[in-house]
Design a binder for this molecule. Structure first.
Ligand SMILES: Cc1cc2nc3c(=O)[nH]c(=O)nc-3n(C[C@H](O)[C@H](O)[C@H](O)COP(=O)(O)OP(=O)(O)OC[C@H]3O[C@@H](n4cnc5c(N)ncnc54)[C@H](O)[C@@H]3O)c2cc1C
Length: 286
């Protein structure tokens, strides 16, 4: 069933916010869940977090970064266009409830994925300290939105163009050296989630991570998204996407994430050569 793009907004040079018509998904969506989007008949199925949903309007909001063929193709669609299929809501909803003092850490497009978690945490009467990081000021998203749901917000950029210069791990270490927290939650590049999990493990702070695993069917059948957690095989699509960061076998997970790099590169090169007008179109909204 086609799902219409009702709004499309450029957030920066590589990220888009899209509001999709999806009444059935909006009806049962909960924080922490995701959808599988298939743009057209021949399209690849990609998982994207439900950033927000509106029951009355029957819409969901997704935010994505253009990284490969499918996300670039998605970026080429315009307001009024439709995506062919939308499957969801999928994954286990967030359920940490009232945990006390929570520290949220997010990087890159993970900032989009942490926003619903921050909203959930605040609505469940938690104290929320949020640390977000991006490569540069231009790539930083949702700072104002996150302020609404955070008691304190710390921003880092790798190049120092905004906030503290450096990586999120530095203010995380400083904060944990001074203050006690009850829970931490991290979404971002795999290497960042691994580093955060190592820091929080050293101070015995329970840590959830939301894994952006490669996924195909998203129903627990194909095993593409498998991950070892506490020595057991889990599937990100049905057992996750949230897992205990201290129990994830990070080295194995990161290695698995690189399995299709050559095919992904070839696919992107082919797409770029065929769609120059779409890829190099500059900064307009859809
Ligand atoms: C549960 C879940 C929720 C997700 N939610 C979101 C979301 O809300 N927003 C979003 O943008 N993405 C999200 N992702 C990741 C998203 O599904 C992938 O970025 C997408 O499938 C890439 O497809 P592609 O064909 O464009 O690129 P591919 O050809 O599949 O990948 C291209 C290359 O980009 C790399 N890559 C993949 N993701 C990233 C990244 N985030 N940053 C940098 N490099 C990357 C890959 O390793 C690969 O080498 C989520 C993934 C999961 C499992």
């Amino acid at each position: 069933m086609p799902h219409k793009i009702l709004e499309k907004t450029r957030l920066n040079s590589v990220m888009w916010k899209i509001v999709l018509e999806a009444p059935l998904v909006a009806k049962s969506a909960r924080c922490g869940q995701f959808v599988i989007v298939k743009i057209d008949e021949k399209g690849e199925r990609i998982p994207l977090t439900i950033n927000d949903f509106d029951l009355k309007k029957g819409t969901i909001t997704i935010i994505f970064q253009e990284v490969g063929t499918t996300t670039k193709r998605f970026g080429c669609l315009k307001k009024g266009d439709s995506v062919k299929d939308l499957l969801g809501p999928l994954g286990r909803p967030t359920d940490f409830g009232e945990a006390g003092k929570i520290i949220l850490i997010a990087g890159g497009v993970g900032i989009a994925e942490i926003l619903p978690i921050a909203k959930y945490a605040k609505n469940n009467a938690n104290f929320v300290l949020t640390i977000i990081g991006s490569r540069s000021k231009e790539l930083l998203i949702l700072e104002e939105e996150l302020k609404k749901y955070s008691d304190k917000l710390i921003v880092t950029t790798n190049d120092g163009s905004y906030g503290l210069k450096g990586l999120v791990i530095e203010p995380l270490r400083d904060t944990l050296a001074k203050e006690q927290f009850d829970l931490s939650y991290c979404v971002g590049p795999d290497i960042m989630m691994k580093a955060v999990s190592e820091v929080t493990k050293a101070c015995n702070l329970k840590t959830f991570v939301s894994l952006d695993a490669n996924m195909v069917d998203a129903t627990g059948m194909c095993a593409t998204c498998r991950v070892t957690v506490g020595g057991k095989t889990k599937f990100v699509c049905v057992d996750g996407p949230e897992f205990d960061g201290h129990l994830v076998d990070w080295d194995r997970f990161i290695k698995r994430q690189k399995r299709f790099v050559d095919e992904e590169k070839r696919s992107l090169e082919l797409f770029k050569s065929q769609h120059k007008e779409c890829i190099y179109r500059g900064g307009e909204d859809g």
